[in-house]
Design a protein around this ligand. Structure first.
Ligand SMILES: N[C@@H](CCC(=O)N[C@@H](CS)C(=O)NCC(=O)O)C(=O)O
Length: 267
């Protein structure tokens, strides 16, 4: 049997969601850790051979090279049906896919914007000069992502993208809470790919000291507490936590609270 190989990063939300799934399914895998701050995923070689978007995660299994975290989760489920994480009932399956669609279409880029504006921008600003940062940004294959990256790194909390990204999470936390008042998990009453997929996003807000945005949502908070007790959370998230990232997110996150409270007061 071929070996499962994952190109990933310790703190990347898309990598966390794949690791959660690998661990929940009890799969053995080999990791290739990628540095996201020195352009490693934007090298010509990585882009041409493994991931045309220049990002993690990328899963390799034999001759299959799979990109896009949601697609990777579905691929794992198809390739390794044991310990299933896709619900049986069609309506639950549809719900799982709807949650994941929302993540792919809006929420992932929103969390990337928030994280960059609040904290990750300093990983560039403190290490590189403006010219060097622009060279790194120019290696991003997609034009829109280049624009967002430039704006969030150079303008931080004043980025044009920041406020909209915060609002997306205000809305989704509400929606998740309403759903979880009726169901134990995100698609029915069993843990599925949707639960794995959303876990890193709540985790990111916690790391950024911004969990006050969902803490009063009783059902969502209860779900997240339950999720954090799971063995896969320990193996896929806690064991990979990077103190440099955690310290930065905690320090800079606290500095952003005032601005975020001002934004949400407009709702
Ligand atoms: N839609 C993609 C998004 C992947 C993505 O944005 N990955 C981030 C980490 S979570 C990344 O590699 N960023 C590095 C970079 O942009 O250079 C997926 O779901 O796999």
């Amino acid at each position: 049997m071929p070996e499962l190989e994952l190109y990933h990063n310790d703190m990347s939300s898309c990598s966390q969601k794949v690791r959660l799934t690998l661990e929940e399914k009890n799969l053995i895998w080999k990791g290739h850790h990628m540095n996201l701050r020195n352009g490693e995923t934007r090298s010509k070689e990585y882009i041409s051979k493994l991931n045309k978007n220049g990002v993690v995660p990328t899963l390799v299994y034999g001759s299959d090279i799979i990109i896009e975290s949601t697609v990777i989760l579905e691929y794992l489920e198809d390739q390794f049906p044991e310990n299933p994480l896709r619900p049986i009932k069609p309506e639950h399956k549809a719900k799982m896919r709807l949650w994941n669609k929302k993540l792919d279409e809006v929420l992932h880029s929103s969390v990337a914007i928030i994280s960059s504006c609040v904290a990750f921008r300093y990983q560039f600003l403190e290490k590189y000069n403006k010219g060097q940062i622009n060279i790194l940004i120019d290696k991003i294959p997609d034009e829109k992502r280049r624009e967002i990256s430039r704006d969030t790194i150079f303008n931080g909390l004043n980025s044009n993208f920041f406020e909209g990204a915060v609002f997306e999470f205000i809305k989704i936390f509400d929606e998740l809470d309403k759903h979880l008042s009726k169901f134990k998990f995100l698609s029915g009453n069993n843990y599925t790919l949707a639960d794995a997929a959303y876990t890193p996003y709540l985790t990111r807000f916690e790391h950024l000291q911004l969990s006050f945005l969902y803490q009063e949502k009783k059902y969502l908070s209860k779900w997240f507490s339950m999720i954090k007790e799971k063995e896969n959370y320990k193996k896929a998230i806690l064991n990979w936590n990077n103190d440099d990232y955690l310290n930065l997110m905690s320090l800079r996150g606290k500095e952003s609270i005032k601005k975020i409270k001002k934004i949400i007061s407009k709702t």
